[in-house]
Design a protein around this ligand. Structure first.
Ligand SMILES: Cc1ncc(COP(=O)(O)O)c(C=O)c1O
Length: 766
């Protein structure tokens, strides 16, 4: 058997000498399948040699395309499998329609090979048949459409198409393959030709090559592009398109087709049907034909070369140009505009900044940019046009990333209707319900604007509910009196307020016991910050509160909607009486939440006054209504945790390899912090040095890794690569005692110190 078939194969390959790859593929398929018939009308260039081997299984019907389709119908009804080569999609479609409607044959098993589609129709001139072919053919019920990227792709797809009884329209291409196909022979699957996560370019046919060229040019501009070869616009590989919409900031449909009815329409139809909001940029022919010419000239004239495509995408992304890039820059960025704004601010704005963490005190003055103009994903651009990978992410609120299309669209939609109203807005109810469904123990929900609003309200409610005044706290909770009184920046706060607050240390139950007595209204703490809770710590705090009749308040500004959708209460399984949220909940819009036990929150019905003009402001609520489902759908807490672990492990690995023990990456996965051991190095100087070196590499950093969904694995790999360069240099300066002189600007300053005053400890036991 083997000998006979290999002899046959030998004969066959002698017969097919001089055949082109496509012709050879058809001849071989026909040799294996006697049902296969090749038909043509006026489209013979690619199959001139076939009549010699196929004999009466090759039919040339001259110019009559409609007749040809009719003939193919008849052959198909007699059990044959016709592969029909046509030029004119319009005539073919009409013929097919006649057969379908007049003769009543629904699904002819015919493969229709369109000869010169799209820009390849240069020889014939761009009739609408060539650049409207997908729109025409996809209207035929049951018709599949294959747009192979090259000849290898076409040939590899034929067996699967022939095994399928549905008809299929094939956009013929004879271009040689220039890359390895990851999914050969699976035409129904979209091929990821190159990966990327800023934009996804969906394209097909000869334009895949141009898209790859555009990708390389975009990469030089710091934009990472995924290139997807959509081999079958119908039926579409929907999961691959939806994944691209979820993973990237913008979809680009690139096609040598009219904008209407082709890939752009197909993708938009899917997004609307799936209820997915995405930014889609069409690159297609808009309501006009192109003038015929040779392909390179057509591409250039119509704006479809790789360089032009990249330019069009960059213009749409609207990325300002400056000197600094997310790359190893030769010098510090030029920050002239930042400096001039800062000079004006110093004359007018006390402290210079509205958010301490964003001010110059937390950035190396003279080196770091001071004012940002815009952001996208995890990238920001300063007022001088310099680009940075942002590891601070607005100090927490950007859980999804800058300019998230879903959230921004929700904000825009709400903006069209209004911002703040004279009566309540339905979103107040809707977002409260979303929070109730996501957060354990959120039996009642109230909104405000800032984190400090929510923690202040929590303390007031706790005091009202317990009829006590003392508060025990541990970390940072906002700018209001009762907390700032525990720091060295508490000027202006009445002494009586200071007397009511005691502090304790995280993970130290003895210190909690010492800070709480029967006059304590509540214990407020962040469930985790730099350290994870020791086993039993949070339960222990809960128990101490219960023993003393105090309430437990979780400040979940950082943990809420980040550690888990239900925050620390869900992640650690410990129930607080009240919990405060902000930051991650509205992807950058100002919204905070107080949620908790119904009986405690009941105090807000009348006794406790907690109202503010902007409490029900609708843009922020619309942002939250869009953000919360997206956090769930994109599995943001899980994603941040995984990426955070990558960073933590990567940092630890670098330190191990370098033999460095004086720094580590600490904190919950979604938000880690680089800490320096004060016994080995001045932590402020070390932080300043790392910051200045990262700025030169295009990374904005102030010690934290405030991860958002928009941070990509490639960003983290880049950051780890930077640490790998910077830490040995830092070690060298520590050893040589030259760290202070290695700084090119003023080092960062401490924020404030906690005042530990044992005299303020409460004394009354239960
Ligand atoms: C844990 C924690 N609580 C409260 C606040 C205060 O929030 P806001 O600055 O929005 O008033 C912050 C701010 O960073 C915080 O980190």
């Amino acid at each position: 058997m083997t000998t006979v078939s290999s002899e046959r194969a030998g004969e066959r390959s002698r017969d097919l000498a001089g055949f082109g790859p496509y012709e050879r593929a058809l001849a071989e398929l026909a040799a294996d399948d006697p049902r296969l018939i090749v038909v043509t009308a006026e489209n013979r260039a690619a199959i001139r040699k076939l009549p010699g081997v196929l004999g009466d299984r090759f039919i040339d019907v001259g110019v009559a395309e409609q007749t040809m389709i009719g003939m193919a119908a008849g052959l198909a009804l007699r059990g044959r499998r016709p592969i029909v080569h046509a030029l004119a999609a319009f005539l073919t479609m009409r013929a097919y329609e006649f057969i379908r409607t007049d003769i009543g044959i629904g699904r002819l098993p015919v493969l229709l090979v369109g000869g010169v589609p799209g820009f390849l129709s240069d020889a014939n001139g761009p009739t609408h048949q060539a650049i409207e072919d997908i729109a025409l053919m996809r209207g035929i019920p049951g018709m599949k459409i294959l747009c192979p990227a090259d000849e290898a792709d076409l040939i590899a797809s034929l067996p699967a198409l022939l095994a399928d009884p549905s008809p299929c329209y094939i956009r013929y291409t004879a271009a040689p393959a220039t890359w390895q196909h990851p999914l050969p022979g699976q035409p129904h699957r979209i091929e990821t030709v190159a990966d990327g996560d800023d934009v996804a370019i969906l394209t097909f046919g000869l334009l895949v090559g141009e898209a790859l060229d555009a990708r390389a040019r975009l990469a030089a501009e710091g934009v990472s592009a995924r290139v997807l070869s959509v081999r079958m616009p119908k039926p579409l590989d929907e999961p691959a398109v939806l994944a691209a919409a979820a993973d990237t900031r913008m979809l680009v449909t690139l096609e040598d087709h009219l904008q209407a009815g082709g890939l752009y329409s197909i993708v938009c139809e899917l997004l609307v049907r799936a209820g997915v909001r995405a930014d889609v940029m069409p690159i297609a022919l808009a309501e006009r034909w192109f003038r015929p010419a040779l392909l390179p000239d057509v591409l250039a004239r119509e704006g479809f070369t790789g360089a032009q495509i990249a330019g069009r995408i960059l213009a749409r992304l609207d990325i300002p140009r400056g000197g600094n890039r997310v790359a190893r820059n030769a010098a510090d960025p030029v920050i002239a505009r930042s400096r001039s704004l800062w000079a004006r601010a110093r004359q007018l704005i006390p402290g210079g900044t509205q958010t301490l963490a964003k001010g110059p005190g937390q950035h190396v003055e003279g080196v770091a940019p001071m004012y940002l103009a815009r952001g996208r994903g995890a990238r920001v651009w300063d007022v001088d046009g310099n680009e940075y990978l942002d590891m601070t992410m607005a100090v927490g609120p950007l859980s999804l990333g800058y300019a998230d299309p879903v959230v921004d669209e929700a904000i825009r939609a709400q903006l069209a209707d209004g911002i703040t109203f004279s009566l309540m807005h339905p979103l107040e109810v809707e977002v409260a319900e979303l929070i109730r469904d996501a957060v354990p123990g959120a039996e009642r929900v109230r909104f405000s604007k800032t984190g400090a609003d929510a923690t202040s309200a929590a303390i007031r409610v706790a005091r009202a509910f317990t009829d006590r005044e003392r508060v025990a706290c541990c970390g940072y909770h906002g700018w209001h009196d009762w907390y700032i009184a525990t720091t060295d920046r508490g000027a202006g706060i009445p002494a009586t307020t200071r007397e009511l607050v005691s502090t304790f240390d995280y993970n130290d139950l003895d210190s909690v016991r010492a800070a709480v007595d029967v006059d304590t209204a509540c214990v407020i703490l962040e469930p985790t910050v730099v350290q994870p809770p020791d086993p039993g710590f949070l339960d222990g705090v809960r128990r101490i509160c219960d023993e003393h009749g105090a309430l437990l308040v979780f400040d979940e500004m950082w943990t809420g909607f980040r550690l888990a959708l239900g925050g620390a209460q869900q992640a650690f399984g410990v129930r607080a009486d009240l919990a405060c949220y902000s930051k991650a909940i509205a992807n950058g819009m100002p919204l905070s939440v107080l949620a908790g036990r119904a009986d405690v929150m009941q105090k807000l019905e009348r006794d406790v006054f907690f109202y503010t003009t902007f409490g029900g402001e609708a843009l922020s609520l619309a942002a939250a209504a869009a953000t919360i489902p997206e956090l769930r759908r994109r599995e943001v807490p899980q994603t941040l945790a995984a990426r955070g672990r990558t960073l933590r492990d990567g940092y630890a690995q670098i330190c191990r390899e370098l033999g460095i023990a004086w720094t580590r990456c600490a904190g919950m996965d979604a938000r880690t912090l680089v800490v320096f051991d004060a016994s080995a190095v001045d932590p402020l100087l070390a932080r300043s040095y790392v910051q200045q070196e990262l700025i030169r590499r295009g990374v904005l950093w102030s010690g934290f890794h405030n991860l958002s969904w928009a941070h990509r694995d490639s960003d983290l790999a880049y950051l780890l690569g930077c640490y790998r360069e910077i830490l040995p240099a830092l070690a060298g300066h520590i050893t040589a005692g030259t760290l202070a002189s290695a700084l090119r600007g003023r080092p960062v300053e401490p924020v404030f110190r906690r005042i530990g005053n044992p005299e303020r400890r409460p004394t009354r036991a239960p």
